[in-house]
Design a protein around this ligand. Structure first.
Ligand code: NAD
Ligand code: UGA
Length: 456
């Protein structure tokens, strides 16, 4: 089957390469010429396990990358809209999604798509977006037949290819009169076991996507809230969450407490729900307050981590601190809303020198710090970037803060690092990645979020 992807970012590229790997003919498009050049070049622009292999296997055969969306649309049976829908920071609808890229795509589809096209909402969108999309297509397609379906994406970065190819479920929301489109979607996803393909009304599908991220982030927020209580009472958050996760009604995932969630989606999707609740039920609606408190609490975790570091180091001015991690989670180069960026910013504002180590994300450091409002003079003079935790990274430093739990950090020789550091040397574990005894026996004092302090 012939599919066109609009937006070759994290979701679009994985969707495109994934569909190609299952035998479909796919054209991935983007407005960003540089990105398309790089998809056609030797080094693909996104770091995601397994993606490069799929792209190299299918590119030039049944997978193409181009900026020519108009040309690609002419023969498309499916058009997957995978463009970014970032949080809107100002103006009307502040807090909801910025739909400019999505709406722009709708206009182009209306102009160039052929008869019988299925337009797939893959981007995360506000409720009732399909209504707007349908109106734009109806008014501009000159009577050609089309269907709009909602097929939200549930993949997580770092495991995106696997999540796409072996999904828990594929959700297809469509209007009852578009039964033909539902059948074609099932055919497109024919490698997915039938019982995992779920059909719903189109509005349920749009809301289910937001509800999924609300559920994951709220259980994480609840567990993160207990971390501070653990620290003052002597309980250990890993032991607590481990027990809770063994309840099969709850399950073990998304209970790992630490410095909170980051990434491009939880914050913006929860914020969109705050907006929706206020829109439908007024500004004093208690649920919008609950959801927006979750975001405030998540921000607080980053501040609290820096305060704990400050308590033990006493001050940051002139001190060298090693930050292990920059990406918002391991196995991705994505730095959108990464806790590391906020934490680095606080440390720099207080005069620290930083050495940041990240296997994949350091290439984005300058851009992300500029976007966070840091002067380039500070970034140039006070941050050193490393892809590997070589010995010299630790020379003369006073503290190590682990903010992203890359498996590459497991093999650090902490005893060797401790010898190169100023004493007392501190290790601050923002992700509770290490057993405190491993660190203290290497000669570093250890602080873990929700675990407390252990001395070398
Ligand atoms: P992204 O920023 O990585 O990619 C979006 C791409 O769309 C960019 O390359 C951009 O240049 C391109 N684009 C913008 N306007 C365009 C246009 N008019 N025509 C063609 N290309 C255009 O974003 P992403 O992380 O892939 O997210 C895309 C959507 O999927 C968002 O709505 C997001 O909420 C949702 N989502 C993301 C994830 C994730 O883990 N990243 C998971 C599920 C859902
Ligand atoms: C998340 C969801 O997991 C996906 O299902 C969804 O499709 C996606 O958002 C989206 O809509 O974009 P993602 O943000 O890529 O995926 O990554 P997650 O694995 O969910 O991690 C999010 C954040 O939570 C990370 O900063 C991670 O470090 C943190 N986290 C996760 C914890 O702090 N503890 C945990 O136990 C799990």
């Amino acid at each position: 089957m012939r599919a066109v992807i609009i937006g070759s970012g994290y979701v679009g590229s994985v969707t495109g390469a994934g569909l190609a790997s299952r035998g479909h003919d796919v054209v991935c498009t983007d407005v960003d010429t540089q990105k398309i050049d790089s998809w056609n070049g030797d080094v693909i622009p996104i770091s995601e396990p397994g993606l490069s292999e799929l792209v190299l296997k299918h590119r030039g055969k049944n997978l193409a990358f181009t900026t020519d969306l108009a040309g690609a649309l002419k023969s498309a049976e499916f058009v997957f809209v995978c463009v970014n829908t970032p949080q809107k920071e100002s103006g009307v609808n502040k807090g909801s999604f910025d739909m400019r890229y999505f709406d722009g795509s709708a206009r182009t589809i209306a102009q160039y798509a052929g008869d019988g096209v299925i337009v797939v909402e893959k981007s995360t969108v506000p409720l009732r977006t399909a209504e707007y999309l349908t109106r734009v297509l109806e008014s501009n397609m000159g009577g050609k037949r089309f269907a709009v379906v909602s097929n939200p994406e549930f993949l997580a970065e770092g495991t995106a290819v696997e999540d796409f190819l072996f999904p828990d479920r594929i959700l297809v929301g469509a209007k009852s009169e578009d039964e033909w489109a539902r059948r074609k979607m099932a055919e497109l996803y024919s490698w997915v076991p039938k019982e995992r393909i779920v059909y719903s009304n189109i509005w349920s599908a749009e809301l289910a996507k937001l509800a999924n991220n609300l559920s994951l982030s709220s259980r994480l927020t609840a567990m993160n809230g207990l971390a501070e209580l653990c620290e003052v009472t002597g309980a250990d958050i890993n032991e607590v969450s481990g027990v809770v996760g063994m309840d099969k009604r709850i399950g073990a995932s998304f209970l790992r407490a630490g410095i909170g969630f980051g990434g491009s989606c939880f914050r913006k999707d929860v914020s969109a729900l705050v907006y929706l609740m206020e829109h439908y039920f007024g500004p004093d609606n208690p649920y919008s307050k609950l959801y927006s408190s979750m975001l405030e609490l998540n921000d607080y975790l980053r501040v609290r981590f820096v305060k704990s570091m400050n308590y033990h180091l006493h001050s940051f001015g002139g001190k060298t601190i090693v930050l292990l991690g920059l990406a918002f989670k391991p196995d991705t180069d994505d730095v959108r809303d990464a806790p590391a960026v906020t934490i680095a910013k606080y440390l720099l504002e207080d005069g620290a020198q930083l050495r940041i180590v990240d296997p994949k994300a350091v290439k984005h450091a300058k851009g992300v710090f500029a976007a966070a409002g840091l002067e380039s003079r500070i970034v140039e003079s006070r941050i050193e970037l490393f892809e590997k935790p070589d010995d010299k990274v630790f020379d003369g430093s006073e503290g190590i803060a682990l903010v992203t739990e890359w498996k590459e950090f497991k093999n650090i020789d902490f005893a060797g690092a401790a010898k190169r550091m100023c004493k007392p040397a501190w290790f601050f574990d923002g992700r509770n990645m290490f057993d405190h005894e491993k660190i203290t026996s290497a000669g570093l004092n250890y602080y873990g979020v929700g675990k407390g302090v252990f001395y070398a």
